[in-house]
Write a protein that binds this ligand. Structure first.
Ligand code: FES
Length: 578
């Protein structure tokens, strides 16, 4: 039993308790808001960091949901304040939301640090919001609980269920092939996103909230609850109640985010057929907590972890709503508990093993037993070779197996517009054996590491009936994407990585069983090309983009800022109050 904090030990007491002029000012300003000392003194002050915005469709319900959180906080005898936080949405932010994950992390850390908060509820869900909020809160170090937005309802059109992203790509290819009418296309547009909530495939959002759940940062199983289910409201109020107890128990993130918790998160991510983006975010989150999780660790887990969540895009048939009805993440974790560290502590104050007690699978086709997985292995593989000495990733389960060992001539594009123009050219000189390559699409080159990695199949091949081919880039791809796409090539081409030296016509070889990706060009020729390479101008000369380019690390290190991970697991400390 942990010793409970006393009111005078609360962090917020430093702002409100002393009998001095500064604290008089703080108290009088709370009274300006209409609160008396009985509201805020001698009780935890809980910050609710809300990433709601009118342009974040995945968080559309957060405006109301925050009231449920506050209700829970009040019920537990504490005081809640809502703090609007940078709403990094996936749909509208350009050039890419990834440019702003670290900005959200900085904002989160500093908002917590500079305010009189004893604990925080983090309201996020849309892709980058989970790692951004969690990274910042790890560095801030006060008790925190993560409240996942929850997936939206399944898409529906003309009797077919539609999956976010995945079915957009699929039907877009059919439209380009001339198989879909204008009216059908409009119907799909209206039916693919039917409610508030995050993408309901096992894309980046569902992967990242599952990771937060598996790390012990959410109430057990919270990540699977659909956004518009009334259970989501009850879970939100429970988050409010629980964070107050966490403050009294002084249950800080460093006690929860341990090596065991990170490993659990990685295993669960593999078992769900995780988005490749999970690699970058999981590494970044772990490094903030002082844990050196590497690409090779993830590859090793990818080789031995069966994919048991039959949820698209890696799974065949189902979506997140089905996953919830089948028992959700608790059931999946229960199914594989002998592969997890059950002793790790979680936000409940109990161990992961205790949290999983009683969890059951209700549909063994959605959450498969380990003896009947969707794939024996293959959520994720890490490649090395002379094209990617710092690593690259591929999702073997999501690509046509005939590409697992493949050799073909490269067709190289230096920019997205150049590539887009070519793929729309019905007379493009290309064969199914070609390897399409897009470079200058990494953290520096994109800029910001955009999700361009699922390069569209050229129209010339679509018309011949081809729907997959080997593609390579230093970009990321959406978690809802699929296909034989090698991603996150590091170091990226824009800073002189070997991808910058590749020429159209060079032979590229992928050997997935041996985890190799190489260009078959001799060393002397590569040395000549390297000597002739000229570094391009930085993409930003001013503003936040300038800071980003100066400090972002490469994909294999999680793309955090170098100055934020300095000190590995340490925050900037408490502010002085004078
Ligand atoms: Fe927000 Fe996909 S756009 S989760």
């Amino acid at each position: 039993m942990r010793e409970r904090k006393k009111p005078e030990d609360l962090r917020s007491a430093r702002w409100f308790a002393p009998d001095d002029l500064r604290s008089f000012g703080h108290r009088s300003r709370m009274m300006q808001l209409g609160y008396g000392e009985e509201d805020f003194a001698n009780r935890p002050i809980i910050g609710v960091l809300n990433t709601w915005s009118e342009l974040n469709t995945c968080h559309a319900h957060f405006r109301e949901r925050v009231q449920d959180v506050k209700r829970g906080v009040l019920q537990a005898g504490a005081f809640a304040v809502e703090l609007p936080s940078l709403s990094v949405d996936e749909s509208f932010i350009k050039p890419t939301s990834m440019l702003y994950r670290n900005l959200l992390a900085i904002e989160t850390e500093e908002m917590i640090r500079c305010h009189p908060l004893d604990g925080v509820v983090l309201m996020g869900g849309c892709d980058k919001t989970t790692p951004g909020l969690v990274m910042g809160a790890i560095s801030a170090g006060v008790p925190m609980i993560y409240l996942p937005a929850g997936p939206m309802l399944r898409g529906n059109y003309a009797g077919k269920s539609l999956g976010s992203g995945s079915d957009a790509w699929k039907y877009w290819d059919e439209r380009r092939a001339g198989n879909i009418s204008d009216a059908e296309w409009l119907g799909i547009q209206g039916g693919i996103a039917r409610s508030a909530g995050t993408c309901m495939t096992m894309g980046t959002a569902s992967t990242m909230t599952a990771i937060a759940d598996a790390m012990g940062l959410t109430l057990p199983g919270a990540s699977s609850i659909p956004a518009v289910d009334s259970e989501h409201q009850r879970m939100s109020a429970a988050c409010g109640r629980r964070i107050v107890e966490m403050v009294w128990e002084d249950l800080t993130p460093d006690q929860i985010i341990t090596e065991g918790a990170c490993r659990n998160a990685a295993v669960v991510a593999m078992a769900t057929g995780c988005s490749t983006n999970a690699v970058v975010h999981l590494i970044a989150m772990a490094r903030r907590a002082g844990i050196n999780l590497t690409l090779d660790d993830l590859d090793a887990l990818g080789r031995i972890t069966p994919l048991i969540a039959n949820v698209r895009p890696s799974g065949k048939d189902y979506l997140m709503e089905d996953f919830y009805y089948a028992g959700g993440l608790r059931a999946l974790m229960k199914q594989m508990e002998d592969r997890l560290d059950l002793s790790v502590l979680t936000v409940t104050g109990k161990t992961m093993g205790e949290n999983l007690q009683g969890a059951k699978v209700y549909n063994a086709d959605v959450i498969r037993p380990l003896s009947n997985p969707v794939y024996e292995e293959g959520s994720l593989a890490v490649l090395r070779g002379n094209l990617c000495p710092g690593g690259a990733v591929i999702k073997p389960a999501a690509c046509d197996p005939k590409f697992h060992v493949h050799q073909g001539p490269a067709l190289v594009f230096d920019s997205y517009p150049e590539m887009k123009k070519a793929v729309d050219d019905e007379n493009l000189d290309i064969t199914p054996d070609h390897v399409m390559v897009l470079r200058n699409a990494g953290p520096h080159g994109g800029p910001g590491f955009p999700e361009w990695g699922m390069l569209p199949i050229p129209k010339a091949l679509i018309k011949q009936g081809h729907r997959d081919m080997l593609r390579i880039s230093d970009a990321r791809m959406s978690g809802t994407s699929y296909g034989a796409c090698v991603l996150h090539v590091a170091p990226e081409s824009y800073i002189g990585g070997p991808l910058a030296l590749l020429k159209t016509g060079d032979i590229v070889r992928l050997d997935l069983p041996n985890r190799r990706l190489d260009m078959l060009v001799d060393e002397g020729e590569l040395a000549r090309r390297r000597a002739a390479w000229v570094a391009p101008a930085p993409r930003f000369e001013r503003g936040y983009g300038h800071i980003f380019l100066k400090h972002v690390t490469q994909a294999d290190k999680g793309c955090d800022f170098d100055f934020l991970e300095t000190g590995f697991g340490r925050s900037a400390g408490e502010p002085e109050i004078y």
